[in-house]
Design a protein around this ligand. Structure first.
Ligand code: ZN
Length: 114
C-alpha cells in the first residue's frame, strides 16, 4: 500500500468518541491572563503547576500577564521592517558615506588605479 503513506485526512469530529475517562480528573484551576488590549483569557492549569509569567492572547497575539491593571507591554509594535530599515537603524548617513568611500578606495586599489 504505497499510497497509504500519505498523510491521512481526519476530519474534526469524525473520529471515534474517546472512551470515558475513568477516575477523578486531575485537579485544575483557572488562571486569567490579561493583555494590553484588555482581553481576559482564562486558561485551565493543573492545580499544582506554577502559572507561566505570560500567556499570549489568542485574540490579538500580544502577551498577557496575571495582573489586569498592569499587563505586559505589547510585543513588537513594528511587525515587519525591511533589511534596509534595520541597517539605517544601526548606521547613519555619515557612516554610510564613510563605508562607501572605504569600499571604493579598496576597489580602486585592487584594480591598480591608486
Ligand atoms: Zn488581546
Amino acid at each position: 500500500m504505497a499510497s497509504g503513506n500519505a498523510i491521512r485526512g481526519v476530519r474534526i469530529g469524525s473520529g471515534p468518541m474517546r472512551p470515558v475517562e475513568r477516575g477523578e480528573p486531575a485537579p485544575r484551576r483557572s488562571v486569567t491572563y490579561w493583555c494590553a488590549d484588555g482581553h481576559a483569557n482564562p486558561i485551565l492549569l493543573a492545580a499544582d503547576a506554577p502559572p507561566p509569567a505570560t500567556w499570549d492572547c489568542p485574540r490579538c497575539g500580544q502577551p498577557g500577564g496575571l495582573d489586569a491593571a498592569n499587563p505586559p507591554d505589547p510585543a513588537r509594535p513594528e511587525p515587519y521592517k525591511s533589511h534596509l530599515a534595520y541597517v539605517k537603524e544601526r548606521r547613519s548617513e555619515a557612516d554610510g558615506a564613510a563605508i562607501l568611500a572605504e569600499a571604493l578606495a579598496a576597489l580602486r586599489r585592487r584594480r591598480g588605479e591608486d
